[in-house]
Design a protein around this ligand. Sequence first.
Ligand code: ZN
Ligand code: ZN
Length: 366
Amino acid sequence: MPSARAAVLRQTGAPMTIETVEVGPLAPGDVLVRMRAASLCHTDLEAIEGSLAVKLPAVLGHEAAGEIAEVGPGVSGLQYGDRVVLSWNPHCGACFYCDRGQSILCRQFLANGPEAFHFDGRPRLSCDAVPVHQLMYLGGFAEYCIVPEASAVRVPDAMPFDRAALLGCGVMTGVGAATRIASLRWGDVAMVIGCGAVGLSAVQGCVLAGSGAIVAVDPNPARRLLAQQLGAAHAVEPDEAIDVARVLTQGRGADLVIEAAGVPASFRLSVEAVRPGGQVVWLGKVGVQQEVAFRWGSLMQEKRITRSSYGGAKPQQDFPMLARAYLEGRLKLDEMISARISLEAINDGFAALKRGETVRSVVMFA
Ligand SMILES: [Zn+2]
Ligand SMILES: [Zn+2]
């Protein structure tokens, strides 16, 4: 099995270090993925800063694409050279939640998540004989990773690796909020709060799902411009959002509000801006112990609020569909890549993400 250069997080709050890790061996059902592109997502940043607890040392990176370098015993659906996007939601397919189509709550997925090794709970990476953890069962910031077959989803060979990587987390979550979680009707007025990678994808998901006017909300003018390029009819500051939605709906409010900013004010805005009987999808998050206050009246009138981590992802169906949508020009991804960087520049990449300067920086592997 190969060794791999990897960005290793050894201490929260400290820069990751570029080290060589040992990969393997492959267990039955495993595939070895040679990474080609891995993008920087806010969840990685939470792990770096310690607001998301992760065992160390760890390789982060959960929005990644590569090609199959080797398959373990019993793998039948993938072969050497296949182009794949990684899914961070492996699931058993047989537990209470999987049986109900809620694979994001899979018992094995949740039970082994905190240990942050492979989906079976055992390590696949090591450094000087010490096991190295893989964030979200993946570990995309390394030249190679080992994942279960179901976490590597084949996409067309024409799909460029850097844009393919985006599909694995942010794009799936945002598009899925509109196409898998919400029940949009043709012409519905949708609002998307927060125009980072997830929010910009939610805007596009609303377009794909047949929404009417889309109102994008973000304090950053550059992000608002981007949202308009990607399909939002209106792009406004947070304090204008409710008025704009009312003007478009004879005073009712937005039919659907997708929250993708992850701050208390945006959760409050989401329920204030939606119409009676409308639907709210929360994608953002704050610290799990943090309280968020709401005006009770804003929660009344038959509003439906759903919180989703992965946009109801069905990766085996959705990743190839998203790739096709990109290749056919119906899903825009080029605009979301702010920078292509080397693995060595990853700490600077996260600093830029934290400052809000980038939508997505993508680490490119040779
Ligand atoms: Zn399950
Ligand atoms: Zn992510």
